[in-house]
Design a protein around this ligand. Sequence first.
Ligand code: QV4
Ligand code: CA
Length: 465
Amino acid sequence: MKITLITLILVAVFRLSVAQHDPQLKHGRTAIVHLFEWRWADITAECERFLGPNGYGGVQISPLNEHIIIKGPWRPWWQRYQPTGPGNENELCDMIRRCNNVGVNIYVDAVINHMCGTGGGEGTHSSCGNRKYFPSVPFNGWDFNDNKCRAGSGNIKNYGDANQVRDCRLVGLLDLALGKDDVRGKVPGFMNKLIDMGVAGFRVDACKHMCPADLQAVYGRLRNLNTKRFPGGARPFIFQEVIDLGGEPITSREYFHLGRVTEFKYGISSPFMTNRPCLLFWNWGERWGFMPNGNALVFVDNQDNQRGHGAGGASIVTFWDARLHKMAVGYMLAHPYGVTRVMSSFRWDRRFENGKVSELEMMNMVKFRNVVNGQPHSNWCENNQVAFGRGNRGFIVFNNDDWNLDMTLNTGMPGGTYCDMISGQKGNGRCTGKQIHVAGDGRAHFKISNRDEDPFLAIHAESKL
Ligand code: QV4
Ligand code: CA
């Protein structure tokens, strides 16, 4: 059969355009956790001790490129977002291998829009400053966009000007000329090394500040995933950071064909932050104006907006309000929309950034998401009391009101006794927390005090006694 050249090109474009949306998750796993600022050895231990056994699908790790060292009393996390060169991938080998061994994928945070800031700071391997000299790549003066930028200061000042957003410096960070072939030829090299080592994909930083065509050229140079870990022809999972709340010329839609995109509208309007009548949440998802489900990477908060660095400001639920945050993350993991990412943060003194990384939350809701994966969504609500089912595989009830919830609801689940996976676990044939008895007709009685520390409750097919 004669395959025309056109057909081959169409297949290649189709494969490139659709397959980078697949997170390549394994064994019915569905959720990613962002182990923000975790050390590689601690991630390895967490994969084997906790993430693998509890059904987490993948970990987003912090940028691993060389970066500047900010002088001063403490090392801010954001110094990693000021690259001075590629990283030392050897330290990663062990982590990637051992996390993959327990079914947990690794996604690397790729900073490819810029190098370090024109401010001070000595690089981990080379200084920054205005000299624009990075021998370990190598990059030098003409590999940056300064001659393209039309803003007097060289920095992005007006997000209403698409050219400025793309060709000028984001908070003073030297902006790489990805429109030049030899520059974008150097970017995928390091990413391909990581692919060969077994990573499953990339969170691509600051995509709003790069042209889709340039990103397509970079992604097109990425190899397929390592067949020792993934099916033949599997493309790296790409999720692109684009903050699009409307009102700017650059939109997330421009990036849809390249991979998934972060949906910042989701976290901002998290059902538990905005006290809007619950009826608005009947159609939470695309009919709220969020991007199509197949393009979305969703989360409640991230490293920026939990600190007011990025979009959202005060309307973000973070771990500082643990009660609301747990309900918002529980709602996200129970709801079918998007590929979900749970933020694992560390508490910090708001005056400066340091502090111990806290234990991961919500492992039972990650299990819930795995158990109900693919099931339809049906819901009920009244004021700020919300409940929804996932087919006959799961049911979740929230009481975000100032009074008790005391309701009989139709769960859609088979009759029997189920352990609530928020107040406890199921083990040795018994529930360590609340028990829910579902009658033969699927109805069950739920009582949740508004004074409960975690005023929500979740049961699923595998929490049945
Ligand atoms: C300062 C001044 C600038 C000045 C510059 C001169 O504010 O006006 O031009 O000095 O050098 C840090 C400091 C910032 C400083 C900058 C450069 O906070 O004050 O600029 O360094 O020295 C993270 C942090 C930033 C941090 C940056 C680099 O959030 O605070 O800046 O790392 O260290 C937009 C983008 C979106 C972006 C978001 C923050 O569309 O893509 O802003 N989000 C991503 C990441 C984010 C990261 C970056 C981009 C940069 O999620 O974590 O910024 O890689 O919305
Ligand atoms: Ca740019």
